[in-house]
Design a protein around this ligand. Structure first.
Ligand SMILES: Cc1cc2nc3c(=O)[nH]c(=O)nc-3n(C[C@H](O)[C@H](O)[C@H](O)COP(=O)(O)OP(=O)(O)OC[C@H]3O[C@@H](n4cnc5c(N)ncnc54)[C@H](O)[C@@H]3O)c2cc1C
Length: 418
């Protein structure tokens, strides 16, 4: 009987916690094994945006050329550390192949459906007692400062309208009407009223407390090191703290997922996409609506009495050290969009680096592996892991119980690169 299944979740980031939440709510016994502290990966101090407006995957037409141009500038929003790594070269080849109009079109509808469903689940979670994580449905402003940026933003806005996502184009005066306390320097923007945001560290923490209260077992500071297998399945995981058996296993190890399943010879191509955030307490400017600075690819998110600036995508392997030169470049882009925010002052804020788990086609891996049918992938969410964590948890639960998933999982198959 499904209700009595014991599920072991590998990784305690936003995705692992959400999987644990819906599995537990459906009657399963759940254990989470986490290498470090809960949320230690990329789920803690990211931009916290829940974004149906992000329906275009990272692998999209034009991205390869843009990436090549940016690669030559170490301060650009996207950077690949030059190295002869066969995994990276294969990933780049797969990324280029996925960046076609036809493949992007298919992904757009799927990402829209997933993020709209996930936002509805966030609304339920936020209204549950004891789960305050500064969830706000204030929309998102995409700001542009050049003609080229305007063209790109308007094209995305048109595409959004075509697929049923509300997008309103605003000039600078209209921006000021919407956010009277902000001195906009940007030329204009697009307002996506359907987006939302939260404080990710609060979300992770509240969910952890909620799960403990409901009997989910946490095994912290314990790294999964291997698997005890049987023909076509898994009996247990081996860890730095002993062996743990279960009926089913959920792989939610973020950027470390390929490494975790390496001994099983499973191919889930992924590159860690490093990003930074700088969080400033009591900022001089206090917007209500989060913003995305189009040309600079920087997010500005209000979180209680703080303002967070996040951005950059750096393919440099499993390395979360902070490159101050790149953080400075991120902060220096801000004044050309927003007045009153001086980079030198912002630099005094709290800095953080996280690794986004990036797949070559910009879509996560969700589903059972064919060769190990009690191992379920829930990983590879790249830039939208916070956005999509609840729907991923829900889908994992439907898979465990043998139900028809509420989202078609065909494009998300974990074996699609075999
Ligand atoms: C700067 C920045 C800004 C971002 N902004 C947004 C945003 O606004 N909206 C959005 O939706 N997404 C955003 N993201 C992306 C988002 O943070 C990630 O997609 C998401 O956190 C991935 O969650 P996860 O649970 O899959 O992985 P993680 O949070 O990385 O969790 C994986 C966990 O697995 C653990 N682990 C690893 N190896 C092992 C092992 N062997 N045994 C046991 N445990 C192990 C790790 O310690 C970690 O805790 C941003 C990311 C960055 C870096």
């Amino acid at each position: 009987m499904a209700e009595f299944k014991h599920i072991l979740v590998i990784g305690g980031g936003a995705v692992g916690l959400c999987a644990a939440h819906y599995l537990r709510a459906s009657g399963c016994e759940v254990t989470i094994v986490e290498r470090g502290m809960i949320g230690e990966g990329s789920s803690l101090h990211n931009a916290g945006l829940i974004v149906p407006s992000h329906f275009v995957p990272l692998a999209a037409p034009g991205m390869v050329m843009l990436g090549l141009r940016w690669m030559l500038r170490p301060e650009s929003p996207f950077y690949i550390k030059p190295r002869l790594d066969p995994d990276l070269l294969t990933w780049l080849w797969q990324f280029a192949r996925a960046s076609t109009t036809r493949r992007t079109e298919r992904a757009v509808h799927l990402l829209r459906d997933m993020s709209v469903a996930s936002l509805a689940l966030y609304e339920d979670l936020a209204s549950a007692g004891g789960m305050e994580f500064e969830f706000r449905k204030n929309g998102l402003l995409m700001l542009f400062r050049t003609g080229h940026g305007r063209e790109g933003s308007l094209k995305t806005a048109e595409q959004a309208s075509r697929i049923g996502i509300e997008a309103n184009v605003l000039d600078r005066e209209q921006l000021r009407e919407l956010e009277p306390g902000v001195d906009f320097k940007a030329m204009g923007g697009v307002y996506y009223p359907g987006d939302a945001h939260l404080t990710p560290a609060l979300f992770v923490d509240r969910l952890r407390e909620h799960l403990i209260a409901r009997g989910v077992r946490f095994v912290g500071s314990t790294r999964v090191t291997g698997f005890v297998t049987r023909p076509s399945g898994i009996n247990a995981v081996t860890t730095t703290g002993g062996t743990y058996a279960a009926d089913e296993f959920v792989l939610a190890g973020g950027s470390w997922s390929p490494l975790i399943v390496r001994s099983l010879r499973l191919q889930i191509p992924m590159q860690p996409g490093k990003g930074y955030s700088v969080t400033v307490r009591n900022p001089a400017v206090r917007p209500r609506i989060p913003m995305l600075l189009e040309e600079a690819r920087v997010a500005v998110t209000p979180m209680g009495d703080r303002l967070r600036f996040s951005g950059t995508m750096e393919l440099a392997g499993l390395d979360s050290s902070i490159n101050i030169r790149r953080v400075r470049a991120l902060l220096e882009s801000v004044p050309s969009y927003l007045g009153g925010l001086e980079p030198a002052e912002l630099e005094q804020g709290e800095m953080w680096a996280g690794l986004r788990p990036c797949t070559p086609d910009g879509l996560p891996f969700i589903g059972r592996f064919r060769t190990y049918d009690n191992l379920i992938a829930a990983t590879g969410h790249a830039m939208v892991g916070i956005s999509l964590a609840p729907i991923t948890g829900k889908l994992v639960t439907q898979i465990v119980h043998g139900l028809i998933p509420s989202i078609d999982l065909h494009l998300l198959r974990p074996d699609r690169y075999r």
